[in-house]
Design a binder for this molecule. Structure first.
Ligand code: GLY
Length: 368
């Protein structure tokens, strides 16, 4: 097996991140190597969206190492909630889990967010490992220690920075990922391509589709993970440079909120946000027309929409104003200026933001 590996030094020790085909089947030895003094009964936490075969392989990988794993299925139909976190705590108590317990989150971002949050609070903190099974979770949500649950008032309003001991990324588990999940993950791939020019160039130079070219997928995963690792290590608690990872998310989140979180997948909203934010960056005379076009072409190459048939621009603006990135009267953006160059900018001029959102509507004339 060949792959890539990274180490993030955090305030709570190191997180080892491995990208490797077949890694799912070596989870037991990975746990032994990376989590010192853990109980012999790892708890695999997953949800209904994870194929049963993946959960079974994870359990077998532990059994082969002489461990006695058990599995807990989360019910995430209502999303990741405090009630879901409480229910997982009860499950752990029922299994007599003590502070040597280790949780293994197998699934998408909602599974790792909730599992990581329970790991942060159960008995004042236990260890966990992420085994992401969606593209989006493999390149973003599983890395960096942001854990939490949603409240009726908004997403991720309760949580903790609690880094996993390890992140085990097996590209093989993406075979069979539903098309919508690919598209959603590609929105985050686009974000990383704007943050890392070598990834942008790679995607520009290939005619292959990510879903059907294994070698390309491995390279893209590795470059995305490398980029995320760099930002997390530089700013574990998201107080400075890590905010560049919000690229595309200020308008993206507002679009998701304005459409009730059911119309657009997260990555699709990020792609649209990226398109609007590069347009805003150009209007503010930061991004060039050429760079703006590179971003639009990138979205197309990744099969992502960069327009919508209609948008309630006022509603999107209202949602952006309520977003947690607001500072003072202005809305704070991570704006793309050039490949790998992101600038944090407070934009107080609602008219400019509205124009950028309007640029997403099919057929809206664009400035030349
Ligand atoms: N998903 C953005 C971050 O981890 O900071």
């Amino acid at each position: 097996m060949s792959g890539s590996s990274f180490r993030i030094r955090t305030s709570r020790g190191a997180t080892d991140v491995a990208v490797e085909r077949g890694a799912l089947d070596t989870l037991g030895s990975a746990l032994r190597a990376r989590v010192a003094g853990f109980s012999s009964a790892p708890v695999v936490v997953h949800d209904a969206s994870v194929p049963k075969a993946i959960v079974a392989r994870a359990l077998r990988a532990f059994e082969r190492e002489g461990l006695t794993p058990s599995a807990v299925a989360l019910d995430l139909h209502a999303g990741k909630t405090l009630a879901g976190a409480e229910s997982l705590c009860h499950e752990l108590l029922a299994r007599a889990c003590d502070r040597t317990a280790v949780l293994v989150a197998v699934g998408g971002g909602a599974v790792s967010d909730l599992t990581g949050f329970v790991a942060a609070i159960y008995l004042r903190g236990i260890r966990y490992v992420n085994v992401p099974t969606t593209l989006l979770a493999q390149i973003d949500a599983s890395i960096g220690g942001k854990t939490g649950v949603d409240l009726p008032e908004g997403k991720n309003l309760v949580g903790a920075f609690w880094p996993p001991s390890a992140v085990v990324i097996d590209p093989d588990v993406l075979a069979g990922l539903p098309e919508g999940e690919w598209t959603s993950g590609c929105g985050e791939v686009a974000k990383y391509a704007v943050l890392a020019e070598d990834l942008l160039t790679l995607l520009e130079s290939t005619s292959s589709a990510l879903a059907s070219d294994g070698a390309l997928l491995d390279r893209v995963l590795s470059l995305c993970v490398r980029t995320k690792v760099r930002y997390v290590e530089a700013d574990e608690f998201d107080r400075g440079v890590r905010r560049a990872l919000n690229l595309g998310h200020t308008i993206g989140h507002a679009l998701e909120a304005a459409t009730g979180f059911h119309v657009l997948r997260h990555g699709e909203a990020v792609a649209l946000g990226l398109r609007a934010e590069v347009s805003l960056s150009r209007a503010l005379k930061m991004a060039s027309a050429e760079f703006e076009q590179r971003v639009v072409r990138l979205l197309g190459r990744l099969g992502l929409r960069s327009t919508l048939p209609s948008i309630d621009v006022d509603r999107v603006l209202a949602c952006a104003r309520h977003d947690k990135k607001r500072e003072g009267g202005a809305i704070r953006f991570a704006l793309p200026v050039a490949p790998g160059e992101i600038r944090m900018v407070d934009v107080a001029d609602d008219g400019r933001i509205a124009d950028a959102v309007r640029s997403l509507i099919d057929g809206t004339p664009r400035p030349s």
